[in-house]
Design a protein around this ligand. Structure first.
Ligand SMILES: Nc1ncnc2c1ncn2[C@@H]1O[C@H](COP(=O)(O)OP(=O)(O)OP(=O)(O)O)[C@@H](O)[C@H]1O
Length: 312
């Protein structure tokens, strides 16, 4: 059984489907990236998986426990690490006291090793921490009981590039040692770097589920051509060119056909300069989202059902 199996998972807030019949599995020993812009439904899925909110329909299992079965879910939580998007630590406690609290619930056999790596301050109250240091404490908390499955909501938000890099290397090493990692992100370079597979969610619906390498290769080539002078679109453009942008004599597009055919086509024109390259994940993301990349604060005024951010 896969560590996470999601079946038609649905969560409605009034008319809004924050998750709409979402289906996918997260396999053992992979880093799975869950992508989508603000408001797409990523946090909703995570909170459902942790039993912090209840599904309207459908279900999921996490380490074999049905998320609707409170007792079963509590049983497996000792083997799950969770890094919430908003860290709900008791602000007056020191870092050490926060970690002691989680250690009493789930253990802390890797605490020293993780503190050595991520180095959050320990002796001052959490309310005085920078957001980056708070996240470092959260990372220690999420991994210190050596869980089989770690769920992270926007893990690098607030981290400087060096700390991001340290976290990415750490996640890759954990994955190689067999830990399953599910992370949500809208930092596409991060997902492209560390994730093995990716699920893309849009307005509550899963719209892509792919191995990262396949997603990048299937998505064609990014082509940029600068011509001696503008030509008529009808002469230049072919059906294999998508996401086309023409600015004067410069044409940019994604080419979904065979590269040899493209080159044979291009030589008919007076080309000043050209570049043909592999797409990046952000190009693919733009393709899926179009102009909606900046969604979608829909229903922000709806009544919030639950604001708990910490695993019980
Ligand atoms: N408790 C709630 N009550 C009403 N609407 C909610 C509630 N929680 C989330 N929503 C709505 O559900 C949708 C999905 O929200 P969600 O937080 O899952 O998105 P997200 O992809 O995690 O976004 P972000 O990247 O901004 O964290 C949004 O439209 C949001 O306003």
């Amino acid at each position: 059984m896969a560590p996470i199996e999601i079946e038609d998972l649905t969560k409605r807030y009034g008319d809004l489907a924050a998750n709409d019949a979402v289906v996918f599995d997260v396999e053992r020993g992979e880093i799975f990236g869950y992508l989508g812009p603000n408001g797409a439904g990523k946090t909703t899925t995570i909170r459902l998986l942790l039993g912090l909110i209840k599904p309207t329909a459908g279900t999921a299992t996490v380490l074999g426990a049905d998320i609707r079965d409170r007792r079963a879910l509590t049983g497996v939580k000792t083997n799950i690490g969770y890094l919430p998007d908003t860290l709900g630590f008791e602000e007056r406690l020191t870092g050490t006291q926060v970690l002691d609290h989680f250690a009493r619930m789930r253990g802390d056999e890797r605490r020293a090793e993780l503190l050595d790596l991520f180095r959050p301050p320990l002796e001052k109250p959490v309310e005085t921490y920078s957001s980056g240091n708070k996240r470092m404490l959260g990372i220690v908390q999420a991994f210190m009981h050596d869980p089989d499955l770690v769920i992270m909501d926007e893990p690098t938000s607030g981290l400087d590039p060096l700390k991001q890099d340290r976290l990415h290397q750490f996640l890759e090493a954990e994955r190689d040692a067999g830990t399953t990692i599910f992370l949500s992100s809208h930092v596409l370079s991060e997902v492209q770097r560390v994730c093995d597979r990716v699920g893309i969610i849009r307005a509550g619906k899963l719209i892509a589920l792919e191995n990262i390498d396949d997603l990048l290769t299937q998505s064609g080539k990014n082509v940029w051509v600068h011509l001696e002078e503008p030509v008529e679109n009808a002469r230049f453009l072919t059906d294999d060119m998508i996401d086309v942008e023409v600015t004067g004599a410069t044409i940019q597009f994604t080419y979904t056909g065979d590269v040899k055919t493209l080159l044979a086509h291009l030589v008919q024109f007076e080309i000043v300069d050209a570049d043909i390259g592999d797409p990046q994940l952000d190009d693919i993301f733009k393709h899926y989202y179009g102009d909606e990349g900046e969604t979608d604060a829909t229903n922000e005024d709806a009544t919030r059902e639950d604001t708990t951010a910490e695993v019980e």
